[in-house]
Design a protein around this ligand. Sequence first.
Ligand code: SF4
Ligand code: SF4
Length: 375
Amino acid sequence: MQSGDTVVVQSRELETLLGALRERGYETIGPVLRDGAVACGELHSLSDLPAGWTDEQDAGRYRLRRRDDQALFGYAVGPNSWKRFLEPPSQVRWRGRRVDGGFEDLASPERPRRYAFFGLRPCDLAALLIKDRVYQACAGIDSSYRSRREGAFLVVVNCGSPSGTCFCASMGTGPRTGPGFDLALTELAGDDRHEFLVEVGSEEGAAVAESVPHRSAEPADLDSAAALLREAESRMGRHLQTEGLKERLDRSYEDPHWNEVAERCLTCGNCTMVCPTCFCATMEDTGDLGGTLTERRRIWDSCFSIEFSYVHGGAVRTSAGARYRQWITHKLATWHDQFGVSGCVGCGRCITWCPAGIDISAEAAAVLRDHGQGG
Ligand code: SF4
Ligand code: SF4
């Protein structure tokens, strides 16, 4: 088998696939049920997957409900993603102890982590590739991310169940995956069939797939997968108009629309915490009460906090409107200038998990509409 090949495996053989990944030294991470949502967690066996569950999502709303079938991947994305494994929310970067005449360095080198992300959605793969660009642009800043990323194995599952807040089709990131995966699966479930079309995207992917019982893919299998993904695209919950958006946002610094958003925005930062491309972090130094031990941690930060824009003597963005403008303008406009792509992949998480139900696709449309563009 080699990169570019496509085969079909029975659904039960995904257990063999998981075993093959573990034998190769990967920690398997995938979708699991946790706290009433599909979360990204440790996957010990196929039975950990949320078989037979789906999600209903809308602005500020998320509910799990039972499906009529036992689909293994019959839901969209949950609140967290691979981000918390490649960039943990709180990570020790240095530890030290005071000794006579100075400090003893207690920092120990990070244990190398090899994650296999099993069931990544195409939008999440796109987000991961965007993150790679961000860190390439900031060479030398985050060796921890680089080492975890280089060791990662990516099993993408094309999306047949977009939610009410998804708009990956507008962003060109789904429901069918682009390149960058090791293996890409499409779930083909029917009356008497439960199989997966498996596309091989790398040599490592080929070696893993080789160890799983499979048959060659027939044209009918490819047609079934294509029909499923066409249908998923037609059920996309939302749409984001990208044409002319960057140019409009670049000129909307003083737009009165931001004041209107500020009346609803709680500046809680949820949208940045759940977003797979948001990367802002800060360093926090703490010491023990005896003044002996000290530690530096990298922790996730958000452009919605007042401290985020603090420069000697005060914060630059004091109003909620200014902070929302900063966030959406960075995502959809200035990200292009910095990294050559949009900072949004259309996963819809920021819409679902915003307690005020603020919708990035609707706010972008409002800015365009206020200026005579868009419908
Ligand atoms: S847009 Fe929503 S999630 Fe984001 S900071 Fe405002 S209230 Fe919180
Ligand atoms: S901005 Fe919202 S929709 Fe876009 S990638 Fe981030 S969380 Fe997903």
